[in-house]
Design a protein. Structure first.
Length: 310
């Protein structure tokens, strides 16, 4: 694997290899007082974030540090981006300074792909940590890791992805990865929050959450991304919450084994009630925990030498 830019087109065997590595890393580190492996000693990983993040940035930093890489965080607010430096010049500067891997979050769809082209000559690996409304592949991988842990497998499981699919890079990455791993994906959303061309995706579509819950093995709630709606949110927040919010009553409509996921940050009381987010069915904290191991696995597959992999 040279880069991780998207799950659309990601070889399912490659995805499974990353998930298996994450499982191994989790087992290896479990209960250890010192969580440090020498695997990426001497490698330099740079996170380059043009949008806010808590989970993704922090877990990549921890992942790199637990593997002994040197990790440097660059944000648009504290770098020369604030002086008007272009993404290309910023990327070439980081590569010239010695980056082996650049992990980028950017508001423009396709930014990570462009970066991988600019950095090809330098041989710097690129990881997409979320590009506009396009993809967030490591989120989908950590979601799959969590589903495997809770459900045993993803194959043939029915996963409902609920809410603001239109603006969600998490949904897009999950749709492609879950379908590639053999899951059955149903999108549950109002027509206004579904993307154009949804019929070409490997999913079924429903507008009725209550009808989908009894057959779901997992429900992935999405954050309502008001910041990408420019003031035009239809249905209204109240109507949305009534029709698509996962509350205590709806939790009881799920099979007992069903898992509730949310990529975070959560809008409690909007798309998910606290009683659900904090219930035993919720795997939201495990998602964050698995995010570290999955991101360690991604860095391992991108940066560890062949002799290390053998
Ligand atoms: N899920 C996710 O990407 O969260 P952050 O925006 O906090 O990184």
């Amino acid at each position: 694997m040279k880069h991780l830019l998207a799950t659309d087109g990601l070889d399912p065997d490659q995805a499974t290899a990353v998930l298996d590595t994450a499982d191994e890393l989790k087992k290896t580190l479990l209960g250890r007082e010192v969580r440090k492996l020498p695997t990426l000693r001497g490698r330099t990983v740079i996170t380059l974030f043009y949008e806010n993040s808590t989970r993704t940035r922090v877990s990549f930093e921890i992942a790199g540090k637990w593997m002994s890489a040197d990790v440097i965080n660059v944000s648009s607010g504290s770098s020369s981006v604030g002086k008007g430096e272009s993404l290309r010049d910023t990327a070439l500067t980081l590569a010239a300074a010695g980056a082996d891997c650049v992990i980028i979050r950017h508001p423009a769809s396709g930014a990570a792909h462009r970066l991988s082209g600019w950095l090809a000559e330098a041989g710097t690996a690129v990881v997409n940590a979320g590009d506009g409304m396009h993809e967030h592949p490591t989120q989908a991988l950590l979601d799959a890791a969590t589903l495997r842990e809770r459900l045993g497998t993803v194959k043939d499981r029915r996963i409902a992805i609920v809410g603001d699919v239109l603006h969600s890079r998490v949904a897009r990455s999950n749709i492609h990865l879950l379908a590639a791993l053999g899951a059955e994906v149903v999108l549950v959303a109002p027509p206004t929050l579904l993307p154009v061309g949804v019929e070409s995706l490997p999913v079924t579509v429903s507008h009725e959450l209550d009808a989908e819950l009894p057959a779901a093995d997992a429900v992935m709630m999405l954050r309502v991304q008001a910041e990408r709606m420019h003031g035009a949110f239809f249905p209204s927040a109240r109507e949305y919450s009534i029709a698509y919010g996962l509350n205590g009553k709806r939790l009881k409509m799920l099979p007992e084994h069903a898992v509730v996921l949310h990529p975070g940050p959560m809008l409690r009381g909007m798309e998910i009630a606290s009683a659900v987010a904090d219930s035993p069915s919720s795997a939201i904290t495990e998602q964050v925990r698995n995010g570290v191991h999955v991101r360690m696995a991604v860095l391992y597959h991108l940066l560890a030498g062949e002799e290390e992999k053998a």
